[in-house]
Ligand binder design. Structure first.
Ligand SMILES: NC(=O)c1ccc[n+]([C@@H]2O[C@H](COP(=O)([O-])OP(=O)(O)OC[C@H]3O[C@@H](n4cnc5c(N)ncnc54)[C@H](OP(=O)(O)O)[C@@H]3O)[C@@H](O)[C@H]2O)c1
Length: 272
């Protein structure tokens, strides 16, 4: 059986040279960038902060000798989505792996969060993911190979307001598209992490003191497990046995029970 560590340049499921990662400068996206660069892949790095993107590109180039392009884009804006879509559609410089990772949390319960922030979340988590997946997958289908990883969350499996609903959409959309493109050589996989130590909670103004140590995942291990699942052809990756059990239970338990537990833990721990 393959282990996570067995996914190296030689055994990616297809000859991969360039990966585009949204939200590459921090947390899970930065872990994808580190891992893919270490495996020798060129990168297109996407986020809003140009200075940070340039520093990341220089560091990855110097450390791993790969080419790293910088693409500044706000995926909450049409212009940002269109700029990234145009790069993905560039047939002369094909992208072999797209990681739709950019995302954020909003602090507060429904009706406490401003509607503009709810809509911004849907734009980044759903509309951008839809449009960028389509932009990438078209060329991949023509070439007969490629992959898309859409970062969801274990919150997809429990009622957790707009955040959970948007991540649920990511899972359903990705698995449906994977089915539609089966046999084309294009792999699509939703990645559903539990709590990961990143900038996510601090950016959303959420405390993390209440979250027990055992619930935290390491971003680098998460990415290794995700890439191993992609190599195995999975359409949903829930890395880590603890979260596999929790999400398995959430999927078979009565919705009322899951909703009750979820709102208690949501109030206590916030989204992940
Ligand atoms: N951390 C967790 O516990 C956890 C658990 C499950 C799922 N997730 C999901 O994992 C993904 C990554 O989260 P993370 O924890 O790594 O967060 P993070 O550390 O806060 O990093 C977020 C990244 O996304 C970029 N970004 C944010 N808004 C953007 C926008 N409008 N346009 C373009 N880029 C944007 C940020 O850079 P700029 O600010 O420069 O744009 C940054 O590079 C998200 O989809 C999140 O929902 C996280």
């Amino acid at each position: 059986m393959r282990t996570a560590d067995a996914v190296s340049p030689g055994n990616y499921p297809w000859a991969m040279t360039t990966a585009l990662i949204t939200g590459s400068t921090a947390g899970i996206g930065a872990a994808f960038a580190r891992r893919l660069a270490a495996d020798g892949h060129n990168l297109v790095l996407v986020a809003r902060d140009t200075k940070r993107l340039r520093e990341q590109a220089t560091e990855l180039h110097d450390r791993h000798g790969i080419e790293a392009e910088v693409l500044t884009a706000d995926l909450a804006e049409d212009a940002g989505i269109e700029a990234v879509a145009a790069r993905l559609e560039d047939r002369r410089n094909p992208v072999d792996l797209l990681v739709n990772n950019a995302g954020f949390g909003n602090k507060g319960r429904f009706l406490d969060v401003p509607m503009a922030d709810e809509l911004r979340m849907l734009k980044v988590h759903c509309e951008a993911v839809l449009r960028l997946t389509a932009a990438a997958a078209e060329g991949m289908r023509e070439r007969g190979r490629g992959g898309v990883v859409n970062v969801a969350s274990v919150a997809a499996f429990v009622p957790r307001g707009t955040y959970g609903a948007s991540k649920s959409w990511v899972v359903q959309f990705t698995q449906g598209a994977a089915r539609d493109l089966a046999g084309s050589g294009v792999r699509l996989m939703a990645l559903a992490p539990g709590f990961v130590r990143t900038e996510f909670h601090e950016r959303a103004g959420m405390g993390t003191d209440n979250i027990p140590g055992w619930m935290w995942l390491d971003a680098d291990k998460l990415v290794a497990a995700a890439l191993a699942d992609l190599a195995r052809g999975k359409t949903l990756s829930v890395p880590d046995p603890r979260y596999k059990v929790l999400t398995g239970l959430a999927r078979v338990a009565p919705r009322g029970l899951v909703g009750g537990i979820s709102s208690k833990t949501g109030r206590k721990y916030g989204p992940q």
